[in-house]
Design a protein around this ligand. Structure first.
Ligand code: AQP
Length: 346
Protein backbone atom coordinates (compact mmCIF):
# COMPACT_ATOMS: atom_id res chain seq x y z
CA UNK A 1 0.00 0.00 0.00
CA UNK A 2 1.65 3.22 -1.14
CA UNK A 3 1.89 6.10 1.29
CA UNK A 4 0.39 9.43 0.31
CA UNK A 5 2.76 12.40 0.72
CA UNK A 6 0.85 14.16 3.43
CA UNK A 7 1.70 17.22 5.51
CA UNK A 8 0.54 17.61 9.10
CA UNK A 9 1.34 20.40 11.55
CA UNK A 10 -0.23 22.14 14.53
CA UNK A 11 -0.21 25.34 16.51
CA UNK A 12 -1.22 25.61 20.17
CA UNK A 13 -4.06 27.98 21.06
CA UNK A 14 -2.26 29.43 24.05
CA UNK A 15 -2.68 33.13 23.20
CA UNK A 16 -0.18 35.71 21.91
CA UNK A 17 0.30 34.13 18.49
CA UNK A 18 3.47 35.82 17.29
CA UNK A 19 5.82 36.54 14.40
CA UNK A 20 7.90 33.44 15.28
CA UNK A 21 4.86 31.19 14.86
CA UNK A 22 4.06 32.98 11.61
CA UNK A 23 7.55 32.89 10.02
CA UNK A 24 8.67 29.59 11.54
CA UNK A 25 5.51 27.66 10.78
CA UNK A 26 2.46 29.30 9.17
CA UNK A 27 4.30 30.77 6.14
CA UNK A 28 5.55 27.28 5.31
CA UNK A 29 2.06 25.81 5.85
CA UNK A 30 0.77 28.17 3.15
CA UNK A 31 3.53 27.26 0.67
CA UNK A 32 3.13 23.51 1.11
CA UNK A 33 -0.50 23.69 0.00
CA UNK A 34 0.73 23.92 -3.59
CA UNK A 35 2.57 20.61 -3.54
CA UNK A 36 0.99 18.45 -0.83
CA UNK A 37 -2.24 17.35 0.72
CA UNK A 38 -2.18 19.25 4.05
CA UNK A 39 -3.78 18.92 7.47
CA UNK A 40 -3.42 21.88 9.81
CA UNK A 41 -4.55 21.49 13.37
CA UNK A 42 -5.23 23.82 16.28
CA UNK A 43 -3.79 21.60 18.99
CA UNK A 44 -6.08 22.46 21.88
CA UNK A 45 -5.33 19.25 23.79
CA UNK A 46 -1.66 20.24 23.90
CA UNK A 47 -2.68 23.67 25.20
CA UNK A 48 -4.28 22.21 28.34
CA UNK A 49 -1.01 20.59 29.45
CA UNK A 50 -0.70 23.90 31.30
CA UNK A 51 -3.70 25.71 32.82
CA UNK A 52 -5.97 27.55 30.34
CA UNK A 53 -8.91 29.77 31.30
CA UNK A 54 -11.80 28.05 29.44
CA UNK A 55 -13.24 31.20 27.83
CA UNK A 56 -9.77 32.35 26.82
CA UNK A 57 -9.02 28.90 25.33
CA UNK A 58 -12.16 29.10 23.16
CA UNK A 59 -11.08 32.56 21.98
CA UNK A 60 -7.54 31.38 21.26
CA UNK A 61 -8.77 28.38 19.22
CA UNK A 62 -10.70 30.81 17.03
CA UNK A 63 -7.73 33.17 16.89
CA UNK A 64 -5.30 30.52 15.61
CA UNK A 65 -7.90 29.33 13.10
CA UNK A 66 -8.40 32.93 11.94
CA UNK A 67 -4.62 33.33 11.59
CA UNK A 68 -4.48 30.20 9.42
CA UNK A 69 -7.27 31.44 7.16
CA UNK A 70 -6.06 35.06 7.05
CA UNK A 71 -2.55 33.88 6.10
CA UNK A 72 -3.90 32.02 3.07
CA UNK A 73 -4.61 28.46 4.19
CA UNK A 74 -7.48 27.10 2.13
CA UNK A 75 -9.78 25.02 4.39
CA UNK A 76 -11.69 23.63 1.41
CA UNK A 77 -8.75 22.19 -0.51
CA UNK A 78 -6.98 21.15 2.70
CA UNK A 79 -8.08 20.33 6.26
CA UNK A 80 -8.23 22.80 9.16
CA UNK A 81 -9.66 21.65 12.51
CA UNK A 82 -9.11 21.59 16.25
CA UNK A 83 -7.57 18.48 17.73
CA UNK A 84 -10.08 17.73 20.51
CA UNK A 85 -12.82 17.10 17.92
CA UNK A 86 -11.05 14.00 16.63
CA UNK A 87 -10.87 11.52 19.51
CA UNK A 88 -8.46 9.25 17.63
CA UNK A 89 -5.57 11.60 18.52
CA UNK A 90 -6.00 10.73 22.21
CA UNK A 91 -6.64 7.08 21.42
CA UNK A 92 -3.43 6.65 19.43
CA UNK A 93 -1.52 8.71 22.00
CA UNK A 94 -2.38 6.06 24.61
CA UNK A 95 -0.96 3.35 22.36
CA UNK A 96 2.18 5.47 21.96
CA UNK A 97 2.39 5.96 25.74
CA UNK A 98 2.91 2.22 25.77
CA UNK A 99 5.43 2.25 22.90
CA UNK A 100 7.64 5.19 23.94
CA UNK A 101 10.18 4.56 26.72
CA UNK A 102 10.53 6.70 29.86
CA UNK A 103 14.19 7.25 29.02
CA UNK A 104 13.23 8.82 25.69
CA UNK A 105 10.86 11.29 27.32
CA UNK A 106 13.36 12.10 30.07
CA UNK A 107 15.63 13.55 27.40
CA UNK A 108 13.06 16.09 26.11
CA UNK A 109 14.49 19.56 26.71
CA UNK A 110 11.15 21.36 26.27
CA UNK A 111 9.67 19.51 29.26
CA UNK A 112 12.71 20.42 31.35
CA UNK A 113 12.41 24.09 30.33
CA UNK A 114 8.65 24.30 30.84
CA UNK A 115 8.46 22.28 34.06
CA UNK A 116 11.47 24.18 35.43
CA UNK A 117 12.30 23.68 39.07
CA UNK A 118 8.71 22.84 40.02
CA UNK A 119 8.83 19.52 38.16
CA UNK A 120 6.78 17.60 40.75
CA UNK A 121 3.91 19.96 40.10
CA UNK A 122 3.95 19.73 36.28
CA UNK A 123 1.00 17.89 34.71
CA UNK A 124 1.46 14.33 33.46
CA UNK A 125 0.16 15.70 30.14
CA UNK A 126 3.10 18.11 29.86
CA UNK A 127 5.48 15.18 30.28
CA UNK A 128 3.63 12.94 27.78
CA UNK A 129 3.11 15.82 25.31
CA UNK A 130 5.59 14.43 22.72
CA UNK A 131 3.65 11.14 22.55
CA UNK A 132 0.45 13.03 21.75
CA UNK A 133 2.36 15.01 19.14
CA UNK A 134 3.56 11.75 17.55
CA UNK A 135 -0.07 10.56 17.51
CA UNK A 136 -1.24 13.84 15.90
CA UNK A 137 1.12 13.25 13.01
CA UNK A 138 0.90 9.48 12.67
CA UNK A 139 -2.87 9.17 13.00
CA UNK A 140 -2.84 10.68 9.47
CA UNK A 141 0.29 8.68 8.56
CA UNK A 142 1.72 12.06 7.61
CA UNK A 143 5.08 12.08 5.86
CA UNK A 144 6.13 15.73 6.27
CA UNK A 145 5.89 18.09 9.24
CA UNK A 146 6.69 21.80 8.82
CA UNK A 147 7.85 23.17 12.20
CA UNK A 148 10.21 25.70 13.75
CA UNK A 149 13.64 24.62 14.97
CA UNK A 150 12.38 24.18 18.57
CA UNK A 151 10.25 21.18 17.60
CA UNK A 152 13.10 19.17 16.07
CA UNK A 153 13.63 16.96 19.12
CA UNK A 154 9.91 16.11 19.38
CA UNK A 155 9.90 15.13 15.70
CA UNK A 156 12.84 12.81 16.27
CA UNK A 157 10.86 11.16 19.06
CA UNK A 158 7.89 10.71 16.70
CA UNK A 159 10.23 8.96 14.27
CA UNK A 160 11.52 6.69 17.04
CA UNK A 161 7.97 5.82 18.07
CA UNK A 162 6.98 5.00 14.47
CA UNK A 163 10.04 2.80 14.10
CA UNK A 164 9.52 0.95 17.40
CA UNK A 165 5.84 0.32 16.61
CA UNK A 166 6.81 -1.04 13.17
CA UNK A 167 9.49 -3.26 14.75
CA UNK A 168 7.34 -4.50 17.65
CA UNK A 169 4.42 -5.43 15.40
CA UNK A 170 6.34 -6.29 12.21
CA UNK A 171 4.67 -9.66 11.68
CA UNK A 172 1.13 -8.36 12.27
CA UNK A 173 1.80 -5.36 10.04
CA UNK A 174 2.80 -7.70 7.19
CA UNK A 175 -0.24 -9.89 7.86
CA UNK A 176 -2.39 -6.79 7.48
CA UNK A 177 -1.19 -6.21 3.93
CA UNK A 178 1.80 -3.93 4.52
CA UNK A 179 4.38 -6.16 2.88
CA UNK A 180 7.32 -3.88 3.65
CA UNK A 181 6.44 -3.99 7.38
CA UNK A 182 6.15 -0.22 7.53
CA UNK A 183 2.76 0.78 8.88
CA UNK A 184 3.72 4.17 10.24
CA UNK A 185 5.99 6.35 8.07
CA UNK A 186 9.03 8.11 9.53
CA UNK A 187 7.76 11.69 9.42
CA UNK A 188 10.28 14.16 8.00
CA UNK A 189 10.66 17.53 9.69
CA UNK A 190 10.55 20.47 7.27
CA UNK A 191 12.51 23.22 8.99
CA UNK A 192 12.96 25.73 6.20
CA UNK A 193 13.21 29.44 5.46
CA UNK A 194 15.39 32.19 6.91
CA UNK A 195 13.42 32.36 10.20
CA UNK A 196 13.23 28.87 11.68
CA UNK A 197 14.10 30.34 15.07
CA UNK A 198 12.91 33.90 15.60
CA UNK A 199 14.41 35.33 18.77
CA UNK A 200 13.01 37.64 21.44
CA UNK A 201 13.18 41.37 20.68
CA UNK A 202 14.48 41.90 24.23
CA UNK A 203 17.15 39.19 24.23
CA UNK A 204 18.63 37.78 21.03
CA UNK A 205 19.65 34.54 22.77
CA UNK A 206 16.08 33.61 23.79
CA UNK A 207 13.37 32.28 21.48
CA UNK A 208 10.43 34.59 20.75
CA UNK A 209 7.71 32.89 22.74
CA UNK A 210 4.02 33.18 23.61
CA UNK A 211 4.71 32.74 27.29
CA UNK A 212 7.38 35.45 27.69
CA UNK A 213 6.16 37.83 30.42
CA UNK A 214 7.19 40.88 28.38
CA UNK A 215 4.89 41.76 25.49
CA UNK A 216 7.81 43.81 24.11
CA UNK A 217 9.69 40.54 23.49
CA UNK A 218 7.42 39.60 20.58
CA UNK A 219 5.31 40.96 17.74
CA UNK A 220 1.83 39.51 18.06
CA UNK A 221 -0.24 38.84 14.97
CA UNK A 222 -2.94 40.95 16.62
CA UNK A 223 -0.67 44.04 17.06
CA UNK A 224 -1.63 47.19 15.16
CA UNK A 225 0.87 49.25 13.15
CA UNK A 226 1.67 51.64 16.03
CA UNK A 227 2.36 48.80 18.44
CA UNK A 228 4.60 47.05 15.90
CA UNK A 229 6.54 50.29 15.34
CA UNK A 230 6.94 50.86 19.07
CA UNK A 231 8.14 47.31 19.73
CA UNK A 232 10.68 47.38 16.88
CA UNK A 233 12.01 50.81 17.92
CA UNK A 234 12.48 49.52 21.47
CA UNK A 235 14.05 46.23 20.35
CA UNK A 236 17.45 45.57 21.91
CA UNK A 237 20.44 46.24 19.65
CA UNK A 238 24.16 46.92 20.04
CA UNK A 239 25.99 50.20 19.35
CA UNK A 240 27.73 49.12 16.11
CA UNK A 241 26.34 49.83 12.62
CA UNK A 242 25.13 46.80 10.65
CA UNK A 243 27.87 44.70 9.04
CA UNK A 244 28.03 44.25 5.26
CA UNK A 245 28.45 40.48 5.41
CA UNK A 246 26.70 37.67 7.24
CA UNK A 247 29.77 36.59 9.19
CA UNK A 248 29.69 39.99 10.90
CA UNK A 249 26.43 38.88 12.58
CA UNK A 250 27.96 35.84 14.26
CA UNK A 251 28.58 37.41 17.67
CA UNK A 252 25.67 39.86 17.48
CA UNK A 253 22.48 37.90 18.28
CA UNK A 254 20.10 40.89 18.30
CA UNK A 255 21.40 42.24 14.98
CA UNK A 256 21.27 38.74 13.50
CA UNK A 257 17.66 38.33 14.63
CA UNK A 258 16.43 41.65 13.22
CA UNK A 259 18.20 41.05 9.89
CA UNK A 260 16.71 37.54 9.78
CA UNK A 261 13.21 38.89 10.44
CA UNK A 262 13.64 41.51 7.73
CA UNK A 263 14.91 38.91 5.25
CA UNK A 264 12.04 36.52 5.99
CA UNK A 265 9.37 39.23 5.72
CA UNK A 266 10.82 40.70 2.52
CA UNK A 267 11.44 37.28 0.93
CA UNK A 268 15.17 37.98 0.64
CA UNK A 269 18.35 36.39 1.97
CA UNK A 270 20.24 37.87 4.93
CA UNK A 271 23.27 38.43 2.66
CA UNK A 272 21.12 40.45 0.29
CA UNK A 273 19.66 42.55 3.12
CA UNK A 274 23.17 43.29 4.42
CA UNK A 275 24.27 44.37 0.96
CA UNK A 276 21.63 47.09 1.18
CA UNK A 277 21.94 48.01 4.87
CA UNK A 278 25.61 47.23 5.66
CA UNK A 279 27.10 50.29 7.43
CA UNK A 280 23.65 51.68 8.32
CA UNK A 281 22.72 52.62 11.89
CA UNK A 282 19.99 50.62 13.60
CA UNK A 283 17.69 53.64 13.71
CA UNK A 284 17.35 53.71 9.92
CA UNK A 285 17.28 49.91 9.59
CA UNK A 286 14.52 49.73 12.19
CA UNK A 287 12.41 52.19 10.18
CA UNK A 288 12.71 49.93 7.14
CA UNK A 289 11.90 46.91 9.32
CA UNK A 290 8.76 48.60 10.66
CA UNK A 291 7.63 49.29 7.08
CA UNK A 292 8.11 45.72 5.86
CA UNK A 293 6.60 44.25 9.02
CA UNK A 294 3.50 46.45 8.91
CA UNK A 295 2.94 46.00 5.19
CA UNK A 296 3.24 42.22 5.49
CA UNK A 297 1.24 41.76 8.70
CA UNK A 298 -1.48 44.39 8.56
CA UNK A 299 -3.62 42.65 5.89
CA UNK A 300 -3.41 39.46 8.00
CA UNK A 301 -4.25 41.28 11.23
CA UNK A 302 -7.28 42.99 9.72
CA UNK A 303 -8.57 39.78 8.12
CA UNK A 304 -8.10 38.01 11.47
CA UNK A 305 -10.15 40.74 13.12
CA UNK A 306 -12.92 40.31 10.56
CA UNK A 307 -12.96 36.54 11.06
CA UNK A 308 -12.91 36.83 14.86
CA UNK A 309 -16.07 38.91 14.61
CA UNK A 310 -17.78 35.95 12.95
CA UNK A 311 -17.20 33.01 15.33
CA UNK A 312 -20.04 31.02 13.74
CA UNK A 313 -18.13 30.90 10.47
CA UNK A 314 -14.81 30.01 12.13
CA UNK A 315 -16.46 27.22 14.15
CA UNK A 316 -18.10 25.82 11.03
CA UNK A 317 -14.70 25.63 9.31
CA UNK A 318 -13.37 23.63 12.28
CA UNK A 319 -16.36 21.30 12.38
CA UNK A 320 -16.18 20.61 8.65
CA UNK A 321 -12.41 20.04 8.87
CA UNK A 322 -12.82 17.69 11.84
CA UNK A 323 -15.41 15.64 9.96
CA UNK A 324 -12.96 15.11 7.12
CA UNK A 325 -9.98 14.51 9.43
CA UNK A 326 -11.93 11.92 11.42
CA UNK A 327 -12.45 9.73 8.34
CA UNK A 328 -8.68 9.39 7.85
CA UNK A 329 -7.92 9.06 11.57
CA UNK A 330 -10.60 6.40 12.09
CA UNK A 331 -9.16 4.29 9.30
CA UNK A 332 -5.66 4.46 10.80
CA UNK A 333 -6.98 3.65 14.27
CA UNK A 334 -9.01 0.70 13.02
CA UNK A 335 -5.93 -0.81 11.33
CA UNK A 336 -3.83 -0.04 14.42
CA UNK A 337 -6.31 -2.02 16.53
CA UNK A 338 -6.14 -4.95 14.11
CA UNK A 339 -2.34 -4.87 14.28
CA UNK A 340 -2.26 -4.73 18.09
CA UNK A 341 -4.90 -7.44 18.44
CA UNK A 342 -7.77 -5.45 19.93
CA UNK A 343 -11.33 -6.64 19.23
CA UNK A 344 -13.42 -3.84 17.72
CA UNK A 345 -16.34 -3.07 15.45
CA UNK A 346 -15.15 -2.56 11.85
N1 AQP B 1 10.41 31.76 17.99
C1 AQP B 1 10.04 30.91 17.02
N2 AQP B 1 10.66 30.93 15.82
C2 AQP B 1 10.28 30.08 14.82
N3 AQP B 1 9.28 29.19 14.96
C3 AQP B 1 8.63 29.15 16.14
N4 AQP B 1 7.61 28.41 16.60
C4 AQP B 1 7.31 28.76 17.88
N5 AQP B 1 8.13 29.72 18.28
C5 AQP B 1 8.97 30.00 17.24
C6 AQP B 1 6.93 27.39 15.79
O1 AQP B 1 5.55 27.73 15.75
C7 AQP B 1 4.81 26.52 15.65
C8 AQP B 1 3.71 26.54 16.65
O2 AQP B 1 4.26 26.58 17.95
P1 AQP B 1 3.33 26.09 19.14
O3 AQP B 1 2.20 26.98 19.28
O4 AQP B 1 2.98 24.68 18.96
O5 AQP B 1 4.17 26.09 20.42
P2 AQP B 1 5.48 26.64 20.96
O6 AQP B 1 6.66 26.21 20.18
O7 AQP B 1 5.47 26.22 22.37
O8 AQP B 1 5.28 28.20 20.85
P3 AQP B 1 5.87 29.25 21.78
O9 AQP B 1 5.49 30.54 21.23
O10 AQP B 1 7.32 29.02 22.00
O11 AQP B 1 5.07 29.02 23.13
P4 AQP B 1 5.59 28.84 24.59
O12 AQP B 1 5.88 30.19 25.07
O13 AQP B 1 4.44 28.20 25.28
O14 AQP B 1 6.82 27.97 24.55
C9 AQP B 1 5.78 25.36 15.86
O15 AQP B 1 6.09 24.79 14.59
C10 AQP B 1 6.99 26.03 16.43
O16 AQP B 1 8.18 25.35 16.08
Amino acid sequence: MALIQRVFSGVQPTGNLHLGNYLGAIVNFVKLQESHSCIYCVVDMHAITVWQEPAELTRSIREVTSAFLASGIDPNKHIVFNQSQVAEHAELAWVFNCVARLGWLNRMTQFKEKAGKDRENASVGLYAYPNLMAADILVYRATHVPVGEDQKQHLELARDIAQKFNNDFGEQIRNNGFNDGLYFPQPEPLITGPATRVMSLRDGTKKMSKSDASDYSRINLSDDADTIAQKIRKAKTDPEPLPSEEKGLETRPEADNLVGIYAALAGRTKADVLKEFGGAQFSSFKNALVDVCVSRLSPITSEMKRLMADPGHVDSVLIDGANRARVIAAETMSKTKDIIGFIHKR
